[in-house]
Design a protein around this ligand. Sequence first.
Ligand code: AHG
Ligand code: MN
Ligand code: MN
Length: 335
Amino acid sequence: MSNRISLTRYLVEQQRDHGHIPSQLRLLLEVVARACKSISQAVNKGALGGVLGSAGSENVQGEVQKKLDIIANEVLIEANEWGGHLAAMASEEMDGIYVVPNRYPQGEYLLLFDPLDGSSNIDVNVSIGTIFSVLKKPEGSSGVDEKDFLQPGSQQVAAGYCVYGPQTTLVLTVGDGVAMFTLDREQGSFVLTQENVRIPEDTKEFAINMSNMRHWDAPVKRYIDECLAGKDGPRGKDFNMRWIASMVADVHRILTRGGIFMYPWDKREPEKAGKLRLMYEANPMAMLVEQAGGAATNARQRILDLQPTKLHERVSVVLGSKNEVERVTAYHLQG
Ligand code: AHG
Ligand code: MN
Ligand code: MN
């Protein structure tokens, strides 16, 4: 195919035609994509590369780190620290922010990532991924510190993920719709395979960890009970269920064919707002989903409007097909 559009060409043309990707941002996105290619290589090697299993350490959220969590984190940092496009990075796997070392020039962007999402799926050969969010350093601040990262998701200038599944697919938004790129392993490049991704407004598919049902809040239980009642219930149609336990893979399905994904607050740890993290899981996914015509809330408010108060803040997540997300949100606001 001679008319294949590489990620590089896509970004150059976006910049030329619409002027909304400054060259520093273009470089940043190319570097993130390159890092994702390396992570994809490591993931593919699996046991042959000695990358499976636990690293024997815990991250700041008290979760056991897998070897690949740490490898992916290092790949992203090493790829991004020297290019001059970033001021600092933040990651699920690092307690504090990582400021670009003095020996390199400092750029104006901030990069946040979940280096390896779906860690429980690594060793069982199920799809996993990398999620990233890009912010601009607030103007007028000379150095950089954690406070500079605490911007609502609506301020993101780009967001995306790379899913390492049967194919490696990079999904990206720079605030002008969502595009998907498939990794061509022979060429070593990401090739545009879908533009203007749209999530259908209605769906018959939900994703939630049903084993937590007894801990849910009443509005979540009501919504799922109504789905389970199928044709004979108030919804008048049968629903299907999928739960991959990698948010990246669940969101990828929703961007591809619709659906609703929920990881709501529950009574297991009532002091926590939810399981997923706002700044490097919920915000980038919310931006992608909204850019594809879907919706994303914390069951009450739009996720992208939330003002973060700390880097590793957790949040309740309801996202996907617009009409279903609005229904779940309405059930909460009524209750
Ligand atoms: P991570 O591997 O980055 O910690 O994230 C895992 C998240 C998310 O990807 C997934 O939807 C959810 O945790 C799965 O949780 P359960 O194991 O509770 O189903
Ligand atoms: Mn994750
Ligand atoms: Mn992770």
